[in-house]
Design a protein around this ligand. Structure first.
Ligand code: ZN
Length: 378
């Protein structure tokens, strides 16, 4: 078997210390996955990602389908070979981007028809098509197509989206299993996505319906889209309480540095977010003492590293004054160095979280992080 997931330890909070094994390496969980939308983590080379110790990254089905096209990637040997990445890759289904980026989208029970944001060409994304694209890309973990709605959503809208998400998950699962049986050993794991907006009973219903489809892992989607952190936690907790203990749980699109441990305490094993990379490009540096807005004049003569407690190669070599200058001058290197540090910071938080689970002090770690991010230099 190419894939497995093992939980080695569960602490008093419900946090799990585990290992996710894929054909492209074993990943210690809980894990944070840097986002590589266009088959690149913006600002980082694959060499840099290796240096940072990233074992798994995210890539984006919607973008890669439109450009360069999944058939081209398949012809060139799959996404790993195309981008020269030896680690694991998770691809999303494209659903979220269709809802947030494309024009003239039209939902039907069959799928979602949309116009490309690049050239206006018309496309139909169905549950089967989303699975086909991800098989062509050859990612290690694929997501089913789900219907994403804006929150807060009226209950009727959330119910309709939940119903459609389950129907689409059935079709995606059936298509995937038919395709997978042609090739013998499974080349990919397919995860289901629990929806239900901010209604606890709908979250549980969605979870129960997806369990019947026997996915090897489950994602929780449609959260951290503007609702309060407490609501995100409450909804995620409703779902993890009923998910099987022996399968990975992935909370999509989270989160802020001080929130990561909260999600882990709810039994979440995998997370992804554009925050560390996007914030870096906007000169927002995450440090052990809180956020540093490096363009601020107060750093003009600051000889300290971005984060005095950070061991990354940027902090070992460069000063705040230099980074501030690079941002002020609009130099590409500014984004590259800031991204390197921010991704290191996130991956280091996850290392500390894994250690805290081992030693049974995750709750302490979490309250310290919250304190630093409330009191630290904003
Ligand atoms: Zn650093």
């Amino acid at each position: 078997m190419n894939f497995s997931f093992n939980v080695a330890k569960t602490d008093a909070t419900g946090a799990r210390r585990g290992r996710l094994t894929t054909p492209h390496g074993a990943i210690e969980t809980p894990v944070f996955m840097p986002v590589g939308t266009q088959a690149t983590v913006k600002g980082l080379t694959q060499e840099a990602l290796e240096e940072l110790g990233a074992g798994i990254i995210l890539a984006n089905t919607y973008h890669l389908y439109l450009r360069p096209g999944h058939e081209l990637v398949r012809k060139l040997g799959g996404l790993h070979k195309f981008m020269s990445w030896r680690g694991a890759i998770l691809t999303d289904s494209g659903g979220y981007q269709v809802f947030s980026l494309s024009e003239l989208r039209k939902m039907t029970d069959d799928g979602v028809r949309f116009r490309s944001h690049l050239d206006g060409s018309e496309h139909l994304l169905t549950p089967e098509k989303a699975a086909e694209i991800q098989l062509a890309l050859g990612s290690d973990i694929a997501m089913v197509l789900d219907e994403c709605i804006e929150t807060p959503a009226p209950r009727e809208k959330a119910e309709a989206a939940l119903k459609r998400t389950t129907e689409w998950a059935k079709r995606a699962r059936q298509y995937f299993l038919e395709q997978a049986t042609h090739n013998g050993d499974l080349a990919q794991w397919q995860f289901g996505i629990v929806q239900g907006a901010t209604f606890a009973d709908l979250r549980r219903e969605s979870g129960r319906q997806l369990l019947e489809l026997d996915f090897p892992g489950y994602a929780i989607g449609g959260l951290a889209v503007g609702e309060a952190h407490e609501i995100t936690c409450e909804m995620a907790g409703e779902v993890t309480a009923l998910l099987p203990k022996d399968r990975p749980r992935y909370l999509m699109g989270v989160g802020r540095p001080e929130q990561l441990a909260d999600y882990v305490a709810l039994g979440i094993d995998m997370m992804d977010c554009v925050l560390p990379t996007r914030a870096a490009r906007h000169a927002c540096i995450y440090t052990s003492e809180g956020r540093v807005l490096i363009k601020n004049a107060r750093y003009a003569q600051d000889q300290r590293p971005l984060d005095p407690n950070c061991s990354c190669s940027v902090c070992r070599r460069y000063t705040r004054a230099y980074l501030r200058h690079l941002f002020a001058a609009g130099e590409l290197t500014a984004a590259i160095l800031a991204t390197h540090h921010n991704v290191h910071f996130y991956l280091d938080i996850m290392r500390q979280i894994r250690e805290a689970i081992e030693f049974g002090n995750l709750a302490n770690f979490s309250s310290e992080m919250h304190a630093r991010y409330t009191l630290g230099p904003a």
